[in-house]
Design a protein around this ligand. Structure first.
Ligand SMILES: *Cc1c(COP(=O)(O)O)cnc(C)c1O
Length: 498
């Protein structure tokens, strides 16, 4: 196999910044026919003066650059992406068609309400659909991510207590929780009280009881939780917390397991976030625009973020900003509207029956993997799971091969690795979430790859420990990449070849 970064013929691919030549151009604009302005005078100190030293490239060069980069990346459109907790499910292309419709994509966020009726109606309908799915009274589409939805929900909880002249500061969080839960507490000046999950992987109400006191502002629970198990005692736990004046925050990131089956609002949750990029097939990450709506019961309504979309008696939609007890504005304009169009398209494409089937298939696929992987791998909670299953590297101890090595080697087999070393409570965890869109064949191929890797670990561990072998880059210095990222191209810091 050719070396990294080399073509089949053995020579290196040129990088974009080594391409191009002075004066080469990818655009064909006419000569300017308006008088030149004195930019220095017009923009003052903001005027750059010296042009940035960007590479000068032709259109095909730019195109090849980005297509080549996209080919080096892994994507759900290329293969199975069982990254637990992240729900990397297929994003139906009809969503993209809808989001690109001129009336949506071309609408200016400052357009007057009377010219934005269609967009406001879509937001209103999406809010109603999400409220129905989770059994809550209302939804705000404002937050830009799941984590910001958590932040918003906790802000509403603080405002609710404050409105009653109380200021409890403690938030109970199980040790299986996602890191964003405690971060959202910290941003609200709340104190996190971590408690261990019960022996069978779920919250044990008896063990929790002594912690539920009157200075508890809320409990934050993820259901199903991050080891893939349904919190069967949730209603009882909610009752305990409510009895002491606290509220229940539901981390809704794992909704893909229970849609159409169980509604968080019916289980005693007061406020929760959705992660549209997980459950409702809007694109993930890349630092791009996101949407993490927050859903709440009626007693939290006065504190909801503004603006709120309302439908007046005459069927006209408008944005209500006049809400004295609101926690305020979290985002510019109305949030990331394009994501709302995609999620709404998905919900309408599937309908109630389809959404229920999504959860059924997600759970079926995860249990299929649990059973098949369980033949050779260690499954710490070997009971019927929800949409994801935890395995670990325990049986590879003698070989010196770890979860990290297995994950890297999986890339060579054409699979994105599962989530590693999370949840923290399982040593060497791999959190595997296949999602509903994988076929039996792709699930089997994944198990075959995992089994082949554990065989390699026993017979040729060095090969696993030095993986990946088939990617452009090998193991990165992840600490340096995080601490000293090179985010801007400058003539002096190319090439980035390793
Ligand atoms: C993904 C996730 C979050 C955070 O959501 P983002 O949209 O990534 O900000 C919170 N909790 C759990 C359990 C998650 O899986």
């Amino acid at each position: 196999m050719p070396g990294r970064g080399a073509t089949d013929l053995g020579f290196s691919e040129p990088l974009i910044f080594d391409r191009g030549a002075p004066g080469r151009c990818g655009a064909s604009l006419p000569e300017s026919d308006v008088p030149a302005v004195d930019a220095q005078a017009a923009f003052g100190a903001q005027f750059r003066g010296v042009a940035p030293e960007l590479p000068e490239v032709s259109e095909p060069e730019v195109f090849r650059h980005y297509v080549r980069l996209s080919g080096q990346n892994f994507a759900i459109d290329k293969g199975m992406y069982p990254l637990g907790s992240c729900t990397m499910k297929y994003n139906p292309k009809v969503n993209e068609w809808a989001a690109r419709l001129d009336g949506f994509a071309g609408l200016h966020p400052c357009a007057p309400e009377e010219d934005s009726q269609g967009a406001l109606e879509l937001m209103f309908r999406l809010e109603r659909a999400l409220a129905e799915i989770c059994g809550m009274d209302a939804v705000s589409l404002h937050p830009a991510a799941g984590a910001q939805g958590e932040l918003a929900g906790l802000m509403m909880i603080c405002a609710y207590h404050g409105d009653q002249g109380r200021s409890p500061k403690k938030v109970l969080i199980p040790d299986t929780a996602h890191g964003t839960n405690s971060a959202s507490c910290a941003l609200n000046g709340l104190e996190t009280v971590s408690f261990p999950m019960g022996e069978n992987g779920i919250v044990d109400p008896a063990a929790l009881a002594p912690l539920v006191t009157e200075d508890v502002a809320a409990i934050m629970l993820t259901n199903p939780n991050t080891v893939g198990l349904f919190e069967t005692h949730l209603p009882q736990v909610a009752e305990m917390v409510h009895a002491k004046g606290g509220l229940v925050y539901g981390d809704g990131a794992n909704l893909n397991a229970i849609m159409g089956k169980a509604r968080p609002g019916d289980l005693g949750i007061d406020v929760m976030q959705f992660n549209l990029h997980k459950t409702f097939t809007t694109p993930h990450g890349g630092g791009g625009p996101g949407c993490g709506p927050v859903a709440y019961r009626a007693h939290l309504d006065p504190f909801a973020p503004v603006p709120v979309v309302v439908r007046d008696g005459d069927g006209v939609y408008r944005l209500d900003r006049d809400r004295p007890k609101t926690v305020g504005r979290l985002r510019s304009f109305q949030g990331n509207f394009g994501m709302m169009v995609r999620a709404y398209s998905y919900i309408r494409e599937l309908g109630p029956e389809g959404l229920r089937q999504v959860s059924e298939l997600a759970v079926l696929n995860a249990n299929y993997l649990r059973a098949r992987l369980g033949e050779l791998w260690n499954v710490p909670f070997d009971q019927t799971c929800m949409h994801e299953v935890v395995i670990n590297d325990r049986h590879l101890k003698e070989t010196g091969v770890t979860t990290l090595d297995v994950s890297k080697r999986l890339i060579d087999y054409g699979f994105h690795p599962p989530t590693m070393y999370f949840p923290l409570v399982v040593k060497g965890a791999m959190l595997v979430e296949p999602t509903e869109t994988e076929t039996r064949q792709s699930l089997d191929a994944f198990v075959d790859a995992m089994d082949a890797i554990q065989e390699e670990a026993k017979t040729n561990s060095e090969h696993v420990k030095t993986a990946p072998h088939h990617t452009r880059l090998g193991r990165l210095d992840e600490t340096r990449a995080a601490r000293q990222p090179v985010l801007r191209w400058q003539p002096s810091n190319t090439p980035m070849e390793q």
